[in-house]
Design a protein around this ligand. Structure first.
Ligand code: G5P
Ligand code: MG
Length: 217
């Protein structure tokens, strides 16, 4: 484990592997994984006020309004305090990036660049354990028992927003909104892009990159 605080943002289109790579970062580096999508989906199954507000946007492949998301994420970041973390799904547009920069110093931005055709075939086979955010994929990381989470044995579900027409909308929205965010971080020299079609080729490069970075902070 590393003693210095390290804060990273992971960026990539829907289904690019942010959750998958983050899970490996958690295991290897002990960072906390703070995923806006996981937090929102957990709120939906708990039927909280936040979940009630967020559900219709998520199911339609639209962004949840900024004020709701930023309040939740800033709250979580503040709660976490002086610990290393990886932010997944936040910031999602320029306004959120501005708010984050006022709250926390980001040491690195990991940008996953995966072709859209790969993404579209992946999300069809994604199965999620909503309470934990753990993801599976048939033929890539199958659950030990079909349809059941490896740790809890609870049922896996397919996300409402993984339906093909919603995925298409999410990909389009991503390209529109994240271009400027990447440019914003790029101007500050923070972005490293990892391009490829499979996690097995991307992960060793991310791991090497983070090992070097963490030792430098
Ligand atoms: P999320 O939850 O942030 P997205 O759309 O950014 O959602 P998503 O869909 O969670 O991202 P991911 O985490 O990038 O994708 O990808 P993943 O789950 O790790 O991998 C995808 C699948 O591929 C998995 O099944 C995995 O097992 C498999 N896989 C990985 N690698 C490989 C491989 O090498 N080979 C194969 N065959 N499979 C592989 O946001 C959801 C919604 O929440 C709201 C919005 O409505 C958003 O649409 N939201 C926000 N709204 C406003 N502001 C924010 N900041 C918001 N954050 C979330
Ligand atoms: Mg995810």
């Amino acid at each position: 484990m590393y003693t210095k605080i390290f804060r990273a943002v992971i960026i990539g289109a829907p289904g690019s592997g942010k959750g998958t790579i983050s899970e490996r970062i958690v295991k290897t580096f002990g960072f906390l994984h703070i995923s806006s999508g996981d937090i929102l989906r957990q709120n939906i199954i708990q039927n909280s006020d936040l979940g009630k507000k967020a559900k219709k946007y998520i199911d339609a492949g639209q962004l949840v309004p900024d004020d709701i998301v930023t309040q939740t994420m800033v709250g979580r970041i503040t709660e976490v305090g002086n610990k290393s973390y990886i932010l997944d799904g936040f910031p999602r547009n320029g306004a959120q990036a501005e708010i984050l920069s006022a709250r926390a110093q980001i040491d690195a931005v990991i940008n996953l660049d995966i072709p859209h055709d790969v993404i579209i075939s992946r999300v069809k086979n994604r199965w999620t354990h909503i309470p934990s955010g753990r993801v599976y994929n048939i033929g890539f990381n199958d659950p030990k028992v079909p349809g059941k989470d490896n740790k809890t044995g609870e049922p896996l579900t397919q996300r409402e927003d993984d339906k093909p027409h919603v995925v298409a909308k999410r990909l389009q929205l991503y390209d529109e909104l994240m271009g400027p965010v990447l440019a914003w971080y790029g101007e500050r020299g923070l972005v490293t892009t990892f391009k490829g079609r499979e996690t097995k080729e991307i992960w060793p490069r991310v791991e090497r990159f983070l090992k070097d970075k963490v030792n430098m902070v």
